[in-house]
Design a protein around this ligand. Structure first.
Ligand code: DGL
Length: 257
């Protein structure tokens, strides 16, 4: 434990519990930070709502976290990043780290073959995603697929294997999976379904996400180069503005990642 030592406070948020998958990576790699996790449960899902509405929610959450003393913000939500990161960086003079679907990672890792990018409908519609693909996918090897129902499954803790398998079967049916070498999970809620996808997909398809890269970037932005193995993580958990006195919900989701 760090005794008498002030920890840096980082605000981390998502529309709901998807960002807990990022928090898990963050506490493994950067346990010396004090995290304030905000789950915007009153407004989840973000990914099927109009952009302006989501921008409003995101601005409120970031203001709340800064008021709690956050010295940096980790947007553990691809959708919120897509619609608001640019504006947030003009509003606050602190590091604001966003998420991006791991399209580059998947393409670089496979010199040929197709890559399927999954995300929320709003993320896939946004300019940010289109620019990313234009920038990294010169050979036009990516296709995209919105999977908004996975957000609902995760939020309601519906992890029924048969139902999830039937869902993947229906959604992936139009794609010839023999042509694909990678699938990108471009929404933090989707990480809860990684093990189901691993079972469902043919073995040659690899699954990619942006969690590790984002946490590495957070460490770099904060000038942290070392993991403090002896430090216990400190997390305060807010459910739509209400502080949770116990971390029961948080811990139950941490176990599912
Ligand atoms: N977890 C979020 C993301 O990474 C958003 C899911 C939603 O609220 O639709 O995009």
């Amino acid at each position: 434990m760090l005794k008498g030592c002030l920890r840096m406070k980082v605000g981390i948020f998502d529309s709901g519990i998807g960002g807990i998958t990022v928090l898990k990576t963050a506490i493994e790699h950067l346990p010396q930070i004090e995290y304030i996790y905000y789950s915007d449960n009153l407004h989840v899902p973000y990914g099927t709502k109009p952009k302006n509405e989501v921008v409003g929610y995101v601005k409120d959450v970031v203001k709340f976290l800064v008021d709690q003393g956050a010295e940096a913000i980790l947007i553990a939500c691809n959708t919120a990043t897509s619609v608001a990161v640019k504006e947030l960086r003009t509003l606050y003079n602190i590091p604001i780290i966003g998420m991006e679907p791991a399209v580059k990672l998947a393409l670089d890792d496979n010199k040929e073959g197709k890559v399927l990018v999954t995300a929320t409908p709003l993320s896939l519609k946004e300019e940010k995603y289109k620019n990313l693909v234009a920038h990294v996918d010169h050979q036009h090897r990516t296709s995209s697929l919105p999977l908004p129902e996975l957000v609902t499954f995760a939020e309601t803790k519906d992890f029924d294997e048969e139902r999830i398998e039937a869902y993947f079967k229906e959604k992936l049916e139009p794609f010839n999976l023999d042509e694909y070498v990678g699938i990108v999970l471009g929404c933090t809620h989707f990480i809860y379904f990684k093990k189901y996808l691993e079972k469902f997909l043919p073995e040659h398809i690899k699954i990619y996400d942006g969690n590790e890269g984002t946490v590495r970037h957070l460490g770099e932005c904060l000038g942290i180069t070392q993991i403090e193995h002896s430090v216990d993580p400190k997390i305060t958990f807010y459910y739509s503005g209400k502080k949770c006195e116990t971390n029961e919900i948080l811990e139950s989701y941490l176990k599912l990642v």
